[in-house]
Write a protein that binds this ligand. Structure first.
Ligand code: GLN
Length: 195
């Protein structure tokens, strides 16, 4: 069972994409719900709001704890920001869950380019480029040695993986193409304890 963090953002779209990718999915809003999922999607939305609500709902530490102990997680857009170890110039005490050794720049593509679509060639996703929907998207400013860059746009990483953590600046959950969610589902399956 894969959870979708349901504090704010495009939760329903991720639930549908996971189901489309063949996974069982449920929303996660409370620590007890987080405790029982095998993997977690952090949706797109507004990372400052997701951070504040996670703190209010006593989810921030449990999230950090589960990511530290190896739970697979996938973040799109605001979710990518939540999985970054660092935000460049964080505003008013915004914190993240962390896990991926990278620095992200929020709203990085600038005013002219606030929202756009681009064909994105993504390592680990076969069958041609994915349609990248970018909405006030972050990019990855820098990465540590353990981080694999899966795709870049205009020279900036927009999809990364570190172990069982995956993040994209764009929103595959909005396109009806479930290949990125299938990749994440496979990551969750391969993290299952072998018996
Ligand atoms: N700009 C948003 C943030 O900084 C992310 C936008 C999105 O998720 N589409 O959190």
């Amino acid at each position: 069972m894969i959870g979708v963090l349901a504090l704010q953002g495009d939760v329903r779209e991720h639930l549908a994409a996971l189901t489309g990718a063949g996974a069982e999915a449920r929303s996660v809003r409370r620590p007890e719900e987080l405790a029982v999922v095998e993997g977690l999607v952090v949706p797109g939305g507004e990372s400052t709001t997701i951070f504040k609500l996670a703190r209010i709902f006593d989810l921030l530490e449990p999230l950090r704890e589960r990511v530290r102990s190896g739970m697979p997680a996938y973040g799109s857009c605001a979710g990518m920001i939540m999985l970054a170890d660092k935000i460049l110039d964080p505003r008013s005490g915004q914190e993240t869950v962390g896990g991926i050794d990278m620095i992200v720049r929020r709203n990085a593509f600038g005013r002219q380019n606030e929202s756009f679509e681009a064909a994105v060639d993504m390592a680990g996703v076969d069958g041609g480029p994915v349609e990248g929907v970018f909405i006030r998207a972050p990019w990855v400013e820098s990465t540590g040695a353990g981080v694999e860059v899966l795709a870049s746009v205009e020279g900036h990483p927009v999809a990364v993986r570190q172990g069982s953590l995956l993040a994209t600046s764009f929103h595959p959950e909005l396109t009806g193409d479930h290949r990125v969610h299938r990749l994440f589902t496979e990551m969750v399956l391969s993290a299952r304890p072998q018996r």
